[in-house]
Design a protein around this ligand. Structure first.
Ligand code: GLU
Length: 168
């Protein structure tokens, strides 16, 4: 097994990367926290981080999904992590699966609580899990949340509990 994998990370936004304006109490997008997170996490994994967009996934369009697909397809990396809002993460996953991007392991992840909120955020944990899964799973499109992974067709966000689970 190749033990020296490197990973492409595509940033698309979502709560994961939202900042908090403590004056207005609003969440907003500035820059991605990915670089900080990898530094704080003492990661030595070679990565190439590219911000494709910074959007709430409820506002993600088909054209946006086309941009994500195009970038996955043209990436020279076989192992890809996409940070994404949780509300439509499975929709993007399905879109990418349908696009049949051969030979690539694509893992979508996100957070329910912004990284900017500190240790209460699930972003750090999810990013670490996604980077690990992206290196070891067979080619395909996966959702990684809550320490688990699913084929994108099998995952669903339970809007009552706030956890992802297998589609029942
Ligand atoms: N609606 C937001 C999104 O999907 C918030 C959900 C989240 O990221 O957890 O981008």
């Amino acid at each position: 097994m190749n033990q020296n994998k490197s990973v492409q990370i595509f940033v698309t936004g979502g709560t994961f990367d939202k900042d908090y304006n403590f004056i207005t109490g609003e969440l907003y997008f500035k820059d991605t926290h990915l670089h900080d997170m990898l530094e704080v996490g003492r990661s030595t994994l070679p990565v190439d981080i590219k911000t494709l967009m910074m959007v709430d996934s409820l506002e993600m369009t088909e054209a946006d999904r086309g941009i994500i697909e195009h970038n996955c397809r043209k990436s020279t990396y076989e192992n890809i992590v996409i940070t994404h809002g949780t509300d439509t993460m499975t929709e993007t996953g399905k879109y990418l699966k349908k696009a049949q991007i051969d030979g690539k392991t694509i893992v979508l992840t996100g957070a329910m609580i912004p990284y900017a909120f500190g240790s209460s955020s699930d972003g750090f944990f999810n990013l670490g899990s996604a980077l690990a899964f992206a290196q070891v799973l067979n080619p395909g499109v996966y959702i990684c949340m809550n320490g688990q992974y699913w084929d994108t067709d099998n995952a669903v966000k339970n809007r009552s509990t706030g956890f992802f689970q297998i589609k029942g």
